[in-house]
Ligand binder design. Structure first.
Ligand code: ZN
Ligand code: ZN
Length: 143
């Protein structure tokens, strides 16, 4: 991990790469990595490259769950490219698991609390129930 961080610091001198509570890219130029985690070193390196992927694709704003999933998938695709570049092994299953956890979360939050029907999300991120007209939204989540 430290080796990768050194390489990235050299390749992207404009980035501040710092230890933090979680793996996260904070625009415009802060890249955080967590040290106290259950992840293996290989997984931690992948997560760091995923966050670097967020920086490189440059899209951080989203309104709907679908938009976030697209951004996530793109950042993982970038991480895959970066793995090749840095001679690391990409772990497809690990990336898919991460994407699945978003899908599950979104499925859960798309259900109306009143009648359990699947709501639809407008382009501002608000959910609407087609049956009882309830509206709700869920918290933006770190990605
Ligand atoms: Zn409802
Ligand atoms: Zn992400």
């Amino acid at each position: 991990m430290q080796n990768l961080i050194k390489k990235l610091a050299k390749a992207y001198p404009e980035l501040e790469i710092k230890a933090g509570d979680r793996f996260q890219f904070t625009p415009p130029n802060q890249l955080f990595y967590a040290t106290d985690t259950e992840y293996s070193d290989a997984e931690a390196q992948l997560l760091l490259l995923h966050e670097l992927g967020h920086y490189l694709i440059g899209e951080t704003d989203y309104h709907t769950d679908i938009e976030l999933l697209e951004i996530e998938a793109k950042a993982w695709a970038k991480a895959k490219d970066l793995c090749k570049k840095y001679g690391l092994e990409y772990n497809e299953d690990f990336a898919e698991d991460r994407l699945d956890s978003y899908r599950n979360y979104f499925h859960f939050t798309s259900l109306c609390k009143n009648c359990q029907l699947a709501g639809y999300q407008d382009d501002r991120g608000n959910y609407h129930c087609p049956l009882c007209n309830s509206t709700w939204k869920h918290e933006k989540i770190p990605h």
